[in-house]
Design a protein around this ligand. Sequence first.
Ligand SMILES: [Zn+2]
Length: 224
Amino acid sequence: MKPTLDYVLRRFDEFNTLCFGGELRPIPVRLSRARSFLGQIAYHRERRLFGSNRNSGFVLRISTLFNLPQDELDDVILHEMIHLSILSRQLKDGSAHGPLFRSMMDDINRRFGRHITVSHRRTREDNERDTAVRQHLVCRVRFRDGRTGLTVAAHTRLLPLWDALQQWSEVSEFRWYVTRDPFFNRFPRSKVLKVYRVDDAEVVDHLCSAVPLMRDGAAVKALQ
Ligand SMILES: [Zn+2]
């Protein structure tokens, strides 16, 4: 979707309440036609007495040149909001995306099922171009309401995720597979249960040559 001022302001406000406990002061938002970034926090750094710095004059810039899916645009806004949170509290981080940035990012990703990254350059198109062959443990999850979800497990977490799915009352059925289809490269590997909503026909299509996994079967053990 193409970002509009209204949209960015509204999301800023919603994410501020939801993910930042309302701590961020509203800042001006400008749309730009920049090619070099998707989002950016511009600010002034003032040198103060005794060598300390003070950051002020924050502006959130969002480029309108990229037609990102809404979720990715939201992740860009959140990424910039993490910068704003650190800068406006006058905190120091090791680098632009230092340990503090990363821990806030991981926290928001985990708590709100987001996919914020440290690099804005990796888009869904990049992921679709990622054709490296890797082995994936994937699970097609069917919900009672008819939706289909997909989980890709971190290799060490297959059995705990399996247990978690078994206990989830909204799940009507699920099946794990081993596959090397690069289609699944785009999904992050989950350590805790995270189910991505997917188009069932597309997933079924990509699982037709996958090897189904049996619990307690040789297939599971052979992977460890
Ligand atoms: Zn950044």
